[in-house]
Design a protein around this ligand. Structure first.
Ligand SMILES: *Cc1c(COP(=O)(O)O)cnc(C)c1O
Length: 435
């Protein structure tokens, strides 16, 4: 499998090169030359396969022979060493819990997979030069990437995060590890952080000195393994005879997760519809309505990991559907919800369904319920993308004080925060040139 640049002005490359580079030399996102169709026998037998077997079959065509089979098997077993429960909450509505990994957000899978692939390639190439993973985070990416790459030899991680716009738990996750992880605290929002990162990748003064790569969902090794969540859900629903007319509602920010779900669909998984549920950052629902792509200034919300107004991966969503909005709208719908609606949903889910949703999952629930209104025969799954304790200020007013923190989180609360202020691009550049 080769990957080409969506800007079409750079050569196609193999999986390893695309992972190491992150972004193509012409600044385009890498995209697979084709989406492999998995064999009919795979879909017929999926309920008898383990999650590692499913993952191996789905990832192998993307990886090709850049990773030997035994190593790929090992990487997958290591990356997927926790559960992905599907919990039915009401008739025809289930939630897929993606928060059982080390940082309790779904990004753990992509970040761990990328870290292990990159570590493997650097070792295989006997590379001497250190690689710097430079990443902007709206909240959960930073923690997942920090944990995924923690102490991986040959890799330094620099994370930019918007000061005061991530939750306390999220901030602890990215500022307390130390070692090869550095957090830069930016006086701005996520889009400002992302703009600084993009500029650094174009800055030859920096790239001549350091080998940079990204660990945002634009990196194919973070993006593609997210398709596994959908396969795991499909397997469980097929076991229960509930996999017909399947609808996935995905709380979306940068649109990497939902785009990976659509990849799983194009690999042969039958899905009726994907619903992209967003908060008050409404660029995509407005685009689906008007055909005009007009990012507005980013709005801060209680589902802060989705506070993105110019989602990087939407170009990939369009590419999967031949850049044809009409074709896309047959499989893809997008709805937006304000914070008051999100709080209302959290309350409803807690009081009536006896389940604690985090604000992102609650947005996903709202999107699913709106879509299902006209589709009584569909079965809907909304993705719970983070554990509710990651968002205590939004969750506690609904469910009361949470004292029983999961152990992954409890150990962080007393750890000391260490960050470096970066209030302008010059600060970032200085840091990258001097450190
Ligand atoms: C990152 C994140 C999202 C958004 O995912 P995208 O792939 O960027 O659309 C949603 N919820 C949580 C909790 C996240 O951390």
């Amino acid at each position: 499998m080769k990957y080409y640049s969506l800007n079409k002005k750079a050569p196609a490359v193999t999986f390893d090169e695309a992972v190491i580079r992150g972004i193509a030399p012409d600044k385009g996102l890498y995209f697979p030359e084709s989406i492999p169709k998995l064999p009919v026998s795979f879909w017929e037998n999926i309920e008898h396969l383990s999650k590692d077997e499913i993952a191996y079959t789905a990832m192998k065509p993307f990886v090709g022979d850049t990773i030997d089979d035994d190593s790929l098997t090992e990487i997958i077993a290591d990356v997927l060493s926790f559960e992905f429960p599907l919990v039915e909450l009401e008739k025809n509505v289930a939630t897929l819990e993606l928060f059982h990994g080390p940082t309790m957000a779904f990004k753990d899978v992509g970040a761990r997979f990328m870290a292990r692939c990159l570590g493997y390639f650097l070792e295989k190439n006997k590379q001497q030069e250190e690689v710097t993973v430079l990443v902007a985070t709206s909240g959960d990416t930073g923690g997942a990437v920090a944990r995924g790459f923690y102490k991986v030899p040959g890799i330094k991680v620099v994370i930019l995060y918007p000061s005061g716009k991530v939750s306390e738990v999220q901030e602890k996750q990215l500022t307390t590890l130390g070692e090869n992880i550095t957090a830069l605290e930016v006086d701005g929002n996520f889009d400002d952080c992302q703009a600084m990162v993009k500029r650094a990748f174009l800055d030859e003064a920096i790239t001549n000195k350091r080998q940079l790569t990204s660990a945002n969902s634009i990196n194919i090794a973070r993006w593609l393994p997210q398709s596994l969540y959908y396969l795991f859900a499909f397997k469980k629903l097929k076991e229960q005879g509930k996999s017909d007319n399947l609808v996935f509602s995905v709380p979306s920010g940068n649109f990497g997760n939902i785009c990976a779900g659509m990849v799983a669909h194009l690999m042969g998984m039958p899905v009726k519809q994907f619903v992209a549920a967003v908060n008050s950052n409404t660029t995509i629902p407005r685009f689906m309505e008007s055909g005009k792509y007009r990012p507005a200034p980013t709005v801060a919300t209680i589902s802060n990991a989705m506070d993105v107004s110019d989602p990087s991966n939407f170009i990939r969503v369009l590419q999967l559907f031949e850049n044809d909005k009409n074709l896309l709208s047959e499989k893809f719908t997008s709805f937006s919800y304000c914070d008051a609606q999100t709080r209302g949903a959290m309350r409803h889910i807690y009081s009536n369904l006896e389940y604690t949703a985090d604000p992102h999952g609650a947005v996903g629930y709202l999107g699913l319920k709106d879509y299902l209104k006209n589709e009584p025969d569909a079965y809907g799954v909304f993705l719970e993308t983070a554990h509710p304790v990651k968002f205590l200020p939004a969750v506690e007013p609904v469910v009361g004080k949470i004292t029983d923190l999961p152990k992954q989180i409890a150990v962080l609360m007393d750890a000391k925060k260490e960050s470096i202020n970066a209030n302008s691009y010059a600060d970032l550049k200085n840091y990258l040139l001097r450190s």
